[in-house]
Write a protein that binds this ligand. Sequence first.
Ligand SMILES: [Fe+2]
Length: 88
Amino acid sequence: LLVAALIEVRSCERFGVLAAAASEDDPELAEFYRGLFASEFGHYHVFLKLAAKIDDEQRVEARWQEMLAAEAKIISEEPVGPRIHSGW
Ligand SMILES: [Fe+2]
């Protein structure tokens, strides 16, 4: 569930970036991306809520923070370059 939440929150961020990038030239596309941002944001929260239902909330939060730190470390050690799921 936490891995799924991580995937969803990163998708959410990407759609937020796309919405911002499209907002000036293509408001309709920007609105489409904002809708996807909202969907992914909701999915991210659902996965975290489900995780908190099957285990102690503090343990879930501690594990979530561990995963975020591990992800940040992995991303910071990768070379910069274009990828679907990359750091920069
Ligand atoms: Fe999603």
